[in-house]
Design a protein around this ligand. Structure first.
Ligand code: PLP
Length: 359
């Protein structure tokens, strides 16, 4: 077991090997070139320019963020309840800060960035089972927070059905708990999108959208769409933790959005084409996958770090054991595979290799 989950995941991201199904890195070689310098503007700007000067904690591209929701989800949203954060990771930390004295819950396993933020704030976490989480949520008290990704979760690659979306948002309204919907992978849908949780419940859903996977993680930009009554405390926490977002990256993102007619995924055609081809391969292996980067593979034997280390050394294939994300023995034979950086022709033999591999 590595010392830190983050160190381990980061080391995989930079690993140069034949088949990297470990790191959740976007297929950036399939993205159009991105020119941040041109988007910022090549001419010198006065020191008083809004991008250089001090700016408000909540960010100054809130109108563009409202435009994004309108164009991509057909939803109107009051820009005053939108906050620009340093990625979804900061949005998670700020939300946990808002709820730190309240019960916090997630499905086991969930994105480690949420679980680690909860422990950093010393809060306690209720982990819900993958089979019965909706029922277990009924016991969540008023004012609590439930974290999930409704679309293409990390690490399971799970998405909520329409019925689950309706039931979850109704339950939140009935029992008055909040939902943090981490929409980091939502733009990577291969089928027509299901409604966002936000469209089903404005009062109790926090919708967080990252530019890290669709554009560039170095921008450290996310848009957070907040219920009205959370806005003040969320902004107060941000002013303590990070003061504000860089005006330089806000300007770049705003200009990129304008150039792209506020569309989040029109430029992802080639990337999605690869993911669609990989879906066809996965069907042959009976592996569920509808979009995003991740799927789960059951290998019928213990899939621990020793297994993954041997797989890496002998076959040059990186994969992540699900035990990195959960202590539940139910997942001990499972691997998390990232499908974004492998070609269809390679995926087929690689899956066979992993399934038959003897460490
Ligand atoms: C589910 C999920 N949420 C959030 C993030 C981090 O997003 P950001 O770079 O916007 O902080 C990641 C990155 O891997 C992720 O997988």
């Amino acid at each position: 077991m590595p010392n830190s989950r983050n160190d381990f995941l980061n080391s995989l991201a930079s690993l140069q090997i034949r088949y990297n199904l470990g790191a959740g890195v976007p297929p950036v070689n399939l993205y159009p070139a991105f020119n941040p310098g041109k988007l910022f503007g090549i001419n010198p700007v006065p020191a008083t320019d809004k991008s250089i000067n001090y700016h408000s904690t909540a960010g100054f591209i809130k109108n563009a963020a409202a435009g994004v929701l309108q164009e991509n989800e057909g939803l109107e949203f009051d820009p005053e309840n939108i906050v620009v954060t340093n990625g979804v990771q900061e949005a998670i930390a700020l939300t946990v800060a808002c709820f730190r004295s309240k019960p916090l819950a997630c499905i086991d396993p969930s994105y480690p960035g949420f679980e680690d933020a909860v422990s950093a704030f010393g809060s306690s976490l209720l982990k819900l089972s993958t089979d019965n989480w909706l029922k277990e949520l009924e016991a969540l008290p008023e004012g609590s927070l439930f974290y999930l990704s409704a679309d293409f979760s990390n690490p399971l690659g799970y998405s909520l059905s329409l019925e689950e979306r309706v039931q979850l948002t109704r339950l939140a309204a009935k029992n008055k708990f909040y939902i943090f919907d981490d929409a980091t992978y939502r733009p990577f849908n291969l089928d027509p999108a299901l409604p966002t949780l936000l469209s089903l419940n404005r009062e109790f859903v926090i919708h967080a959208l990252s530019f890290s996977k669709i554009l560039a993680p170095g921008l450290r930009t996310a848009f957070v769409y907040l219920p009205k009554d959370l806005n003040k405390v969320f902004v107060a926490n941000k002013s303590n933790l990070s003061l504000n977002n860089s005006g330089i990256t806000q300007t770049i993102v705003e200009n990129w959005l304008q150039e792209n007619n506020f569309q989040l995924s029109a430029h992802l055609g080639k990337a999605k084409e690869r993911l669609s081809k990989n879906r066809k391969v996965l069907e042959k292996y009976d592996i569920a996958y509808n979009g995003g980067f991740f799927c789960t593979l059951n290998i019928g034997q213990k899939a621990d770090f020793d297994f993954c280390e041997a797989l890496l050394k002998k076959e040059q294939i990186a994969a992540i054991p699900m035990c990195l994300f959960s202590d539940n023995p139910k997942f001990e034979k499972q691997l998390r595979l990232c499908l974004s950086n492998i070609e269809q022709d390679a995926l087929d033999p690689v899956l066979t290799l992993i399934k038959n591999f003897v460490p």
